[in-house]
Design a protein around this ligand. Structure first.
Ligand code: MG
Length: 353
């Protein structure tokens, strides 16, 4: 595994896909029939329709294919019947009119009955992210094919972890998390695309790193894109049907940067020494303050410990939690009470012997 990971990292870093060596970055040749078959897992849930959450963009709700187009931009050539959109052999792929980048995508699909064909010719379709990265749709219920091309494969790259297929004629679900590839302004790859997927509630792709667009018979390199692309459904000559398709766009901005921690102020050792002790309220909250190194630590119920950072002569911040202790001194300047604030909760503690 280490070797494969290192090989993939090297291939991605150099932009070299090892096609000349007769290998993909995984070490397996694409579409290798000797590759072990993913174990069969019987899903524990039926693919009941999963309604879209409030922030989803609904791509198909059974009423029409207006959100979709053909390759050349014309109307989508698939038919709608009984609340499902159905691939029409020869009509071509359908593409969302809108482009998407990072998404959570929900798709329900059903392979046709009676079954026709074998291997890649039985219930073949596919869900493409950004029009380039295919999560394979295939009738893989008792239908053998090369593992990197069965249902739930990141086509030609990663077989599904397990075969969680339901029989043809039974609705199935895919829930996909896709992170698009990132490129710098010169078009060099910064980060490859990643995909996680569930089939009928069973994990089939676990944050896999794609090494380029998924492709039949070859390993393609990344080509810089605009950051958006259509979701596409494949016409592979089989009348696969889809319903209840929705997508949530995932935040792509930089993560929120936390403010710096409170700055420590110098406090004389005598003040720290005077803090040492046990403090308690009437409800059983007990804090013990000890010297720790050159500073102080507080021991919380259950033995949890936090460094205390002096942020003023009378106020201490916890090292890694947004909590503070405020000290009230009695006669002679010795601390006799603590106010412990954490979130909206306040404890008033008194020194105990
Ligand atoms: Mg396909």
């Amino acid at each position: 595994m280490m070797m494969k990971t290192a090989l993939l990292a090297t291939a991605l870093a150099t932009g070299v896909v090892a096609s000349s060596a007769g290998q993909t970055p995984s070490g397996w040749r694409a579409h290798d029939l000797t590759r072990p078959r993913p174990p069969v897992v019987v899903p524990g849930q039926a693919a009941a329709p999963v309604p879209p959450p409030s922030d989803a963009v609904v791509l198909f709700d059974g009423s029409g294919v207006g959100a979709w187009r053909s390759r050349n931009g014309g109307p989508a050539g698939w038919i709608v019947r009984d609340g499902a959109m159905e691939a029409v052999p020869g009509a071509g792929y359908v593409y969302t009119r809108r482009g998407f980048g990072d998404v959570q995508l929900h798709v329900e699909w059903v392979a046709p009955t009676p079954t026709q064909g074998e291997g890649q010719d039985r219930g073949n379709s596919g869900v493409f992210l950004m029009g380039e990265y295919e999560l394979q749709v295939l009738d893989s219920y008792g239908n053998d094919t090369y593992p990197d091309g069965q249902a739930g494969a990141a086509y030609g790259q990663y077989p599904p972890l397990v075969n969680a297929s339901l029989p043809p004629g039974t609705w199935q679900s895919y829930d996909i998390v896709f992170r698009r590839p990132r490129f710098d302004s010169a078009g060099a790859l910064l980060a490859p695309a990643r995909m996680t997927a569930f089939q009928n509630g069973v994990l089939i792709q676990d944050n896999v790193t794609l090494w380029g667009p998924t492709e039949w018979l070859q390993a393609d390199r990344y080509v810089a894109d605009s950051g958006r692309g259509p979701i596409a459904l494949q016409d592979h000559g089989n009348p696969v049907r889809y319903r209840n398709i929705w997508v949530r766009e995932l935040p792509e901005g930089p993560p929120l940067v936390a403010p710096p921690p409170p700055a420590a102020v110098p406090v004389p050792a005598s003040v720290l020494d005077a803090m040492v002790g046990r403090y308690q309220d009437g409800d059983g909250m007990v804090l013990v303050i000890n010297r720790a190194g050159a500073g102080l630590e507080v021991v919380l119920p259950g033995g949890r410990r936090q460094a205390l950072i002096p942020i003023s002569p009378t106020e201490f911040a916890f090292g890694s939690t947004a909590a503070t202790l405020t000290v009230a001194a009695g006669a002679g300047g010795r601390p006799v009470r603590l106010t412990f604030r954490m979130g909206a909760t306040v404890f008033d503690l008194e020194r105990r012997p």
